[in-house]
Design a binder for this molecule. Structure first.
Ligand code: DOR
Ligand code: ZN
Length: 344
């Protein structure tokens, strides 16, 4: 069996910087024409000037002959100014602003401490049409980890959208039935990205025969009923759900540690993993729009030309991939077999 798709984009990707960037970028550039690049570097990408420099480093790290456009984002902080939003829109290469509630995840310590502190910036984004990308998890340590997405929707997102009804919002990497229902019931300015790993795994994967750090990411995997709701959301064909891998590299030893880092690396086989999930949901006919149309349509960008071909062929995943000197990268499904293969 074979499947041709219009060349897809990744609407949520962590590329890191320096040698890590050089190591992981070819995986994404091989499959995707464009990616929304996350700004959670150390220090974070908080200004258009920093985004311009980071973009140049990404372009310089591309393998010869690759055609891949990084779409940049700004990391929202309590002190981001509305003027920076005007600059971002004028730049042409900054396509969104990322909201990390402070403390929610990897490198989020400089994120927003109280949403009211960024109302001025959000008002500017609403009027200029620049999307807000939300890491949708409440950060109150008293809230159960598995309930933090729903808590974010109820306590932060609903009031936010009421205050800024025309703000374009992407709930990133949704993990729950609550988020899927919320987005489905919202207006045309509210969308969501869905990762392959949240479509393929429930929280049992974290404890399959022992502690499995390579399945640990944030927001953490949820119960099976939530996974089923995500599959139903993407299988519905609703154009406000689209592909965002959240592929996030961490060195193998940083994952296999007493306090392991959050993030699943899926860029080595992103399309193959999505194809497996869509096949499971009997929705392979919905994969192309999810991967290649819904994202650009929401962002107001042209759809790509050209295509990629997926073949139903058992394909082994290596145990590790090259990463940094002295450090390997463990891809999702390391040592296992993929059902699909993208033709090179
Ligand atoms: O699992 C995650 N990893 N979730 C995030 O939100 C951040 C990401 C990373 O940067 O490693
Ligand atoms: Zn992410």
């Amino acid at each position: 069996m074979q499947l041709a798709l219009t060349r897809p984009d990744d609407w949520h990707l962590h590329l890191r910087d320096g040698a890590a960037l050089t190591a992981v970028l070819p995986w994404s550039a091989r499959q995707f024409a464009r990616a929304i690049v996350m700004p959670n570097l150390k220090p974070p990408v908080t200004t258009v000037a920093m985004a311009a420099e980071y973009r140049a480093r990404i372009l310089a790290a591309l393998p010869a002959g690759a055609s891949f456009a990084p779409l940049m984002t700004l990391y929202l902080t309590d002190s981001t100014s509305p003027a920076e939003i005007t600059k971002a829109v004028a730049s042409g290469f900054v396509k969104a602003v990322k909201l990390y509630p402070a403390g929610a995840t990897t490198h989020s310590d400089l994120g927003v401490t109280r949403i009211a502190r960024v109302y001025g910036v959000l008002a500017e984004m609403e009027s200029q049409g620049l999307p807000l990308l939300a890491h949708g998890e409440a950060t109150d340590p008293a809230i159960d980890l598995f309930d933090r997405e729903k808590a974010f929707i109820d306590a932060t997102l609903v009031p936010l959208i009421a205050r800024f009804p025309r703000l374009r919002v992407v709930m990133e990497h949704i993990t729950t039935a609550d988020a899927a229902q919320f987005v489905a019931a919202s207006g045309p300015n509210i969308a969501a990205t869905v990762t392959a790993h949240h479509l393929l795994y429930n929280r049992n994967a974290l404890f399959q025969g022992g502690l499995r750090p390579h399945w640990y990411c944030l927001p953490v995997l949820k119960r099976e009923r939530h996974r089923q709701a995500l599959l139903a959301a993407v299988a519905s064909g609703n154009p406000r759900f689209f592909l965002g891998t959240d592929s996030a590299p961490h060195a193998t030893r940083a994952k296999e540690a007493a306090c392991g880092c959050a993030g699943c690396f899926t860029a080595h086989a992103a399309l193959e993993l999505y194809a497996e999930a869509f096949e499971q949901a009997n929705a392979l006919d919905k994969l192309e729009a999810f991967a290649s149309f819904n994202g650009p349509d929401f962002y107001g960008l042209p759809r790509n030309t050209g295509s990629v071909i997926l073949e139903k062929t058992p394909t082994p995943v290596p145990d590790v991939l090259p990463y940094l000197p002295g450090d390997s990268l463990t891809p999702l499904k390391a040592g296992e077999t993929l059902a699909w293969k993208m033709r090179s």
